[in-house]
Design a binder for this molecule. Sequence first.
Ligand code: ADP
Ligand code: GLC
Length: 497
Amino acid sequence: MPAAAPLRVLGVASEMFPLLKTGGLADVVGALPAALARCGVELHTLLPGHPAVLAALTGPQVVAQWPDWFGGPARLLAARHGDTPLLVLDAPHLHARHGNPYLDATGRDWPDNPVRYAALALAAAQLSWGEVPAFVPDLVHAHDWQAALVPAYQHYLGAGRRRLPSVLTIHNLAFQGHFEAETWPHLRLPDIAFAIEGLEYHGGIGFLKAGLQFADAITTVSPTYAREILTPAGGMGLDAMLRWRAAAVSGIVNGLDTTAWSPADDPHLAQRYDAHTLPRREANRRAVEQAFGLPPDDSLLLCMVSRLTAQKGIDLVAAALDGIVAAGARLVVLGTGDAAIEAALRAAAARHPTRVALRIGYDEGLSHLLHGGADAILVPSRFEPCGLTQLSGLRYGCVPVVSRVGGLADTVIDANHAALAAGVATGIVFDELSPQGVLQAVQRCLDLHADAPRWRALQLAGLRSEVGWRASAAEYAALYRRLVAAPPPHASGSPLP
Ligand code: ADP
Ligand code: GLC
């Protein structure tokens, strides 16, 4: 029997590992093409032509040109990065800016962000209409607010054109792309779209809101987060809209790129290891201590690798740190973010110079070393759509200690009595989001760590757990096929009931 033709999917995103990354979105967008290729899906990802993206392209070819694309000339390039097929919107007036793609050098949002990402979304819509012969997709998959206008352009400008099914993935509902109404004339949409059943949101413009309105399927990055966002507590103002679209909402848990994260052949480790050679982690622990200027010690070493923001609950850890140190644990933190959280951590490190250390910055190699050398990784998030560091923790025998929210609840099995007895526990999951709750979780971690055979069992169960993309890529592929086989009736633009 001849093999079925691959499904051709257009991905649309603002960042992609290893080209450009500010968070887990890039990891997911970077891992999906290879994972989906194994499911018979050919995923071409459209990215903005940020300098870091343009510099990483192999064999770029101009496949479309637009003399006036939102205020300047633009070219659409088809290219590859390694085996990954890419499409790049090369619009220097919008994206030729070094550093963080969303922020200027002073840390403020670029004022033209709505235009920059509208331009990306309209380019994607053009591709969806089959107007670029070099790549004619069967479905479009947009990620987060930066790509969320794709279904809106399809809806408002698609009359008489082929209508492709669309998927919109929410990676973090905290970022919704809200802008002032003054931007409206620049978005190239008909005035009828500036309405409650379109892009209007509390008098301004809501990119994510518009995408949620018109996407055929809405996914988010874990089943628990998919339920949380339907509630007023987790919906961040969009829960009514999400409940209205509840039949289209589902959760597909993120995977980890197990090629990039593999302790048996990780070039960033002082000593590589696998499930049979766990004691070799010791050399990595010593390397971590050295990198952070801590004296060698055998007591429990906790780590965090994170954006330093309220979402991640790091302030709770800072408030609990004196207790954590008094209980006998140590902590090393690698991260960047809020100045206030950074200052609280710095103060704690100054109080406990031999037990707490902090490295401000983004450092991929050091992050790998921490996973390979620390005993446990702390992820006490207030909310967490999925989270990736608990997955990399599992893969490295660095036991995750996590709050019971979102994807953390879906990916770590708490070391309760039954799970320990059955040998399936992989970490510690705690409920109380407070300094006291964090301290109690660390105390449980210390108790387990003191019981060497139990600790080893916990590490091994984590190392052996399935954290790759196989199952989740198959879920995306099945969703795509369902939508392509039976395109849903035109996503309604009717007002909320
Ligand atoms: P989020 O996307 O909300 O920041 P995730 O856990 O999904 O959280 O993804 C964060 C990604 O960024 C992970 O791959 C993590 O290892 C990485 N990361 C975060 N902070 C740092 C840092 N300071 N240095 C290196 N890697 C980091
Ligand atoms: C977001 C979320 C994080 C998730 C990542 C990738 O940044 O905060 O939980 O893992 O996106 O989906």
